[in-house]
Design a protein around this ligand. Structure first.
Ligand code: G3I
Length: 495
């Protein structure tokens, strides 16, 4: 089933008219506010791709990808060059992943996952429970049997991708424009279906970030925004597991950037969740709206990244509106430059200021004692770097786990900059690119086993120059190396 225009799909004509005026006013304000960004000349150090530019402030810049287009060389080369987060446009949705009950099919989803991760790009999962793109067999179910089918689906899909994804859109588009719940077949299973989906998801993969995702929740004074906000507030107050809210940011189909977008992002973030712009497209690629939505995210510390809903205009679900950053020929549009300039004008991530007293780049510490067995404690997670099951096998990937003082969490920084465990195994980078695994391996004196423990709290690989990095905070979250970004998920203390 095709999703209809956010603005035209629901709501009375009067509501649409009022909202349209508010959005137009906001867009005009935005033009003035971001004019400076549009004319700014990038300096010599400015990043030249969207992903690299976003990474300067610890954020990502992503795109939706269709598996069927990956064979198009122009498409795949732009996608790999410009973006560092990938969402499957349709391939991880329920109709694609469980076409028959209990028979899962991950071929297209894995095609995208493998394409992305082989290029060092992270992947967002989209989506587990939604009123649209359901398997046809859900149509014959209702009540407790549909509820169980949803639970089984979440468990089946999340087991396949366990530990592999940056986030999951657990529930998608569950609200009406007035802030009430959408009357879907899932809603018919009981009002608690959303929280059951999130609790199921947390149990299925404790390490992945769990998001609620929706459109038309960008304007703070809109009924739907308030409905979603109230649900997230309720979830946080009752301990229902939720980590993030995805604002789809479809400024197409008659919608446009509201002047209070940053307020909305701030208010959601203040509930204790990350926010992300997950499906951005803008009618005729308005440069002021693209710059404005980018700047709003940059201004909110917990806005962790932006994803556009496709690569070229010709790839868009709304191709007639030419809403993306590349034209049909794969050329960069003016909106691309407006986004890149905004990203390049941002300082280091406001969510992760450098520890007080530090300035400039990191320098190897001179105060960290060597020769002492100790913990590698994650600043963001409060958890320790741990060798799973106290394995001594070469190639065992290290993870985060609750600190327990046992030998599989005791690391020794040697005078030759190795981090050893069990006396004869070294912390070892399996590669030097973004996303390379960090594992244990017999100590061999090579540069991929040498680490600088820096005064700013990061630990960088001598061979790669990249930082020890972990995407999430939960037990079992795997450690990798990634471009240093100043965020707390890259700070570890040897303490
Ligand atoms: O693959 C079949 C093809 O074999 C068949 O010939 C053709 C006939 O119409 O349909 C093709 O499937 C289409 C599919 O996209 C792949 O192109 C479906 O009909 C079409 O409904 C589907 O549309 C997707 C839409 O979600 C469905 O709701 C769009 O690609 C996708 O961009 C869109 O994405 C959604 C997000 O998931 C949630 N937020 C809104 C967003 C835009 O609608």
């Amino acid at each position: 089933m095709a999703t209809t225009s956010p603005v035209h799909s629901t709501g009375s004509p009067r509501r649409r008219s009022l909202r349209g005026r508010a959005l137009f006013t906001g867009a005009v304000a935005t033009v003035a506010a971001f004019a400076a960004v549009l004319v700014a000349t990038p300096d010599a150090n400015a990043a030249s791709t969207l992903g690299a530019a976003a990474a300067q402030s610890g954020r990502y810049f992503g795109t939706a990808i269709a598996a069927s287009r990956l064979g198009d060389g122009t498409y795949s080369s732009i996608a790999a060059r410009e973006f560092n987060m990938i969402t499957a446009e349709n391939e991880m949705k329920p109709d694609a992943t469980e076409p028959q009950r209990g028979q899962f099919n991950f071929s297209s989803g894995d095609q995208i996952y493998n394409w992305a991760t082989q290029r060092g790009l992270k992947v967002r999962g989209h989506t587990l429970a939604w009123h649209a793109q359901q398997p046809s067999w859900w149509g014959g179910l209702s009540g407790s049997s549909l509820r169980q089918a949803m639970i089984d689906h979440i468990n089946g899909v999340m087991a396949h991708y366990k530990g592999k994804l940056a986030a999951w859109d657990v529930v998608n588009e569950a609200f009406n424009e007035d802030g009430s719940r959408r009357g879907s077949n899932l809603q018919g299973t009981g009002n608690d279906w959303i929280e059951v989906a999130f609790r199921t998801a947390r149990a299925a993969d404790p390490s992945v970030k769990l998001c609620y995702n929706d459109y038309n929740i960008e304007n703070w004074s809109y009924g739907k925004t308030q409905g979603v906000y109230n649900m997230i507030r309720d979830f946080k107050s009752r301990g229902v597991p939720i980590d993030c809210v995805g604002l789809q940011t479809h400024f197409t189909g008659g919608s446009s950037l509201p002047g209070n977008f940053q307020t909305t992002l701030q208010n959601f973030a203040a509930l204790g969740v990350d926010v992300a712009l997950t499906e951005v497209d803008v009618t005729n690629s308005s440069t002021s709206q693209y710059a404005g939505l980018t700047q709003a995210c940059l201004n909110v510390p917990r806005c962790i990244g932006i994803t556009v809903w496709g690569v070229r205009d010709s790839d868009s679900w709304r191709s007639s509106e030419n809403p993306l950053l590349f034209d049909g020929g794969g050329n960069k549009k003016a909106a691309y430059t407006s986004v890149l300039n905004a990203l390049n004008s941002a300082g280091p991530g406001p969510s992760s200021p450098a520890p007080s007293g530090s300035s400039g780049g990191p320098s190897p510490s001179t105060s960290v004692p060597t020769g002492n067995g100790n913990r590698l404690l994650g600043a963001q997670s409060g958890r320790c770097i741990d060798v799973p099951s106290a394995s001594q096998n070469n190639g065992t990937r290290v993870q985060l786990y609750d600190c327990n003082g046992q030998t599989n969490q005791q690391w020794t920084l040697t005078s030759s900059r190795q981090l050893t465990v069990y006396g004869n195994r070294c912390l070892d980078a399996a590669g030097s690119g973004n996303g390379s695994a960090v594992q244990i391996y017999s100590c061999n004196g090579q540069a991929n086993q040498q680490w600088n423990v820096n005064s700013n709290g990061t630990i960088t690989g001598v061979q790669s120059g990249r930082c020890l990095d972990v995407w999430g905070t939960g037990n079992g979250q795997q450690v990798q190396i990634y471009d240093c970004n100043g965020q707390a998920n890259q700070r570890f203390s040897l303490s």
